[in-house]
Design a protein around this ligand. Structure first.
Ligand SMILES: Cc1cc2nc3c(=O)[nH]c(=O)nc-3n(C[C@H](O)[C@H](O)[C@H](O)COP(=O)(O)O)c2cc1C
Length: 238
């Protein structure tokens, strides 16, 4: 099994014919090939976030799970303008990597989001990307497994970890966990290779995530996805 960096054909079967709409959800049965989409929110494609993601990727490949890494932190990505057009269009009005990644997100069984810590938060480019990606995509994300990993020189790791996990927990995505909060230490690119505990945390996370994804595929076959009620929205103004 090899990692597919740019296997657009494989993913694009989930695009609608005209490329404009999100298609009906396609869920795989147990035993079908699983995929994890990995988002690197660092501007450095070979930095410490990348080290963490690649450590996980080795385990996914051992587990027979296909992966793809999408590099986000080095792209020019604007934030959400709250226009609401995505509710009608089923995609963001800004045609960029957000809409390109949407179909990959829809097709994947698991999503890993990695970020360097910038001022005790995630990289702002990544936050712009995730905000638009999660808000503009109408497909059901329930039971896609999420995991976030963070890299920093010294501080702000668990705050950033919390920030990223909230994208998963607003939309029915179970969060995979490890033996410690999913963080790795290093400043210059490659320094994280020396963080033995951080690397082990990433491997454990990938094993736990693979188990969860496979268990969910089995459970979905046996029990189906949980029933959904019509969403009630109550806005509190005072
Ligand atoms: C703008 C900026 C802000 C940063 N803020 C923090 C911080 O709050 N805490 C910290 O420990 N490291 C901070 N760092 C260091 C990075 O988190 C660290 O170098 C990390 O390994 C970068 O990951 P990468 O190699 O994947 O880009 C900051 C770096 C930059 C460029």
């Amino acid at each position: 099994m090899t990692r597919k960096q740019t296997d657009t054909d494989r993913w694009s079967r989930y695009f609608a014919a005209d490329g404009s709409e999100s298609v009906m959800e396609k869920r795989k049965g147990f035993g079908e090939e699983m995929k994890v989409l990995m988002i690197n929110g660092s501007p450095r494609s070979n930095g410490n976030t990348s080290t963490a993601l690649h450590e996980m990727e080795k385990i996914f490949l051992q587990e027979g799970i296909e992966t793809e890494i999408v590099q986000i932190g080095n792209q020019d990505i604007r934030g959400c303008i709250g226009c609401g057009a995505c509710r009608k269009k089923g995609k963001c009005v800004f045609q960029d990597v957000v809409n390109e990644t949407a179909a990959k997100f829809e097709a994947c069984d698991g999503l890993v989001v990695g970020s360097p810590v910038y001022y005790a938060s995630a990289n702002a480019t990544l936050v712009a990307f995730l905000t638009r990606l999660f808000y503009s995509t109408p497909f059901d994300k329930t039971m896609k497994v999420g995991a976030s990993v963070v890299a920093a020189r010294r501080g702000g790791l668990s705050a950033t970890f919390d920030e990223l996990n909230k994208f998963f927990t607003i939309c029915g995505m179970p969060v995979a966990s490890s033996q410690y909060w999913n963080s790795i230490h290093g400043a210059a690119p490659g320094e994280a290779e020396q963080d033995a505990e951080g690397l082990q945390t990433m491997r454990t996370l990938a094993r736990n995530m693979a188990f969860l994804m496979k268990s969910i595929a089995l459970g979905r076959e046996k029990y189906g996805l949980p029933e959904k009620e019509a969403v009630q929205r109550t806005n509190f103004v005072r």
